[in-house]
Ligand binder design. Structure first.
Ligand SMILES: Cc1ncc(COP(=O)(O)O)c(C=O)c1O
Length: 385
């Protein structure tokens, strides 16, 4: 067979693709698998969203291409949302670009801005696509360790000067996957100043900004005055509105970056389906009260897991946001992979070992709250036996 391109040797199958295979094998062997690995909400979007999708699907004229940059109404819905939510004014035509989910945008950002040999600064542990995108673009992902003692925020002073001189992009994500840490606006102010000083394009990935608990409201990096000169932000409806399968997000901020990534995307895809754009408009402009009920369900699950794991002797902080719990491994296990393996083999529970997000995730596993509460209770019972 013809050999694949060399760049394919720089990446492995995506971590969750491997876990899906493991789950299927276990299920085929008769195990009642409780999947707490992938961050895919188990609850549906609300009626308004589904109705908008169904209405578009029934409309004979809404099955063509959805437009490379989406419809004006779609872009305006996101600009209006950012104005209401963060008091950030965005030009709907120049500063908002639809994405087929933010994961797609993360990969395309790497191809649009990284030359071979460039450095991309990535959080470690971090969402794996930042590393994958950089590697496929021939660039060098440089891990910025996130540590509990620093509130899981990177230490920019620890980045060596020769790395900084080659750095073109910095990825950040707060509320954070996988650590669940949050960052105050003052941190974003520091980051914007740092990136400006070192001429680095700041890419802030913000899919969990509306998954706060106990009154926590996450900021946007674009709230920092002048941020748009150096930064873009990725937003997604996957977690906030239970729309992960619809694949809808946006890139917002610096107009030049939006134009460049947009040009790349006109070559690579043909924009989101109109029905999904209309569902997104319904999601953003419709009643939001239902989302509080969803977040309350996550809070209940979060509390069950935090209490259950603490009873097992795990070190667990109470997340202020996201749909995960980041749990230290209990005594008796040498590393994250060993505990995750034990949970699958002995208890039929799938969690994500912290090292799936980078070597600094060692000592932790990530547990998703996107599973029915009853299944989470069963998982905790199995663990406590
Ligand atoms: C930090 C982060 N960014 C991006 C994504 C991908 O989101 P989307 O469904 O919009 O592609 C995820 C999904 O888990 C995530 O955790």
């Amino acid at each position: 067979m013809i050999a694949p391109a060399q760049r394919m040797s720089s990446i492995k199958p995506y971590v969750f693709a491997g876990l899906i295979q493991r789950k299927e094998q276990a299920r085929a062997a008769g195990v009642d698998v409780i999947a707490l690995d992938i961050g895919s909400p188990d609850l549906p979007p609300n009626e308004q969203i589904v109705n908008a999708l169904v209405a578009a699907a029934r409309h004979p004229n809404k099955h063509g291409y959805g437009g490379f940059t989406g419809t004006p109404a779609f872009r305006k819905a996101f600009a209006d949302y950012y104005s209401r939510r963060f008091e950030i004014e965005l030009h709907p035509e120049k500063e908002v670009l639809p994405l087929l989910g933010s994961k797609e945008g993360i990969y395309h950002m790497a191809f649009a801005y990284l030359n071979p040999g460039d450095v991309a600064l990535v959080p470690d542990p971090g969402y794996p696509a930042y590393v994958g995108g950089a590697l496929l673009a021939g660039a060098i992902p440089y891990p910025m360790p996130l540590r509990r003692e620093r509130g899981w925020l990177p230490d920019f002073n620890a980045i060596p000067a020769d790395v900084l001189s080659k750095a073109r992009l910095m990825w950040l994500n707060y509320p954070n996957n996988p650590t669940t840490a949050t960052a105050p606006l003052s941190f974003f102010e520091e980051v914007v100043a740092f990136c400006r000083r070192h001429h680095i394009l700041l890419c802030h990935d913000n899919p969990y900004c509306d998954n706060g608990y106990d009154g926590y409201v996450a900021p946007s990096v674009l709230q920092v005055p002048g941020a748009k000169e150096i930064a873009v932000e990725f937003a997604s409806l996957s977690k906030s509105h239970n729309m992960a399968g619809m694949r809808v997000g946006v890139l917002m901020g610096n107009a030049e970056v939006i134009k460049t990534v947009g040009t790349l995307k006109t070559n690579a895809d043909s924009g989101p389906y109109l029905g999904i754009q209309e569902a997104a408009i319904a999601a953003l402009s419709g009643d939001q009260a239902w989302r509080h009920a969803v977040q309350e369900t996550y809070r209940e699950r979060r509390d069950l897991i935090v209490h259950g794991l603490r009873a097992l002797g795990c070190q667990v902080d109470v997340p202020q946001a996201t749909i995960y719990v980041w749990a230290g491994i209990p005594a008796g296990f040498r590393n994250s992979a060993e505990w995750a393996e034990h949970l699958l083999a002995e208890k039929g529970i799938v969690v994500t070992p912290g090292t799936a997000f980078g070597e600094h995730g060692e000592g932790y596993v990530r547990i998703s709250l996107g599973a029915p509460t009853e299944r989470i209770k069963q998982a905790l019972q199995r663990m406590s036996k």
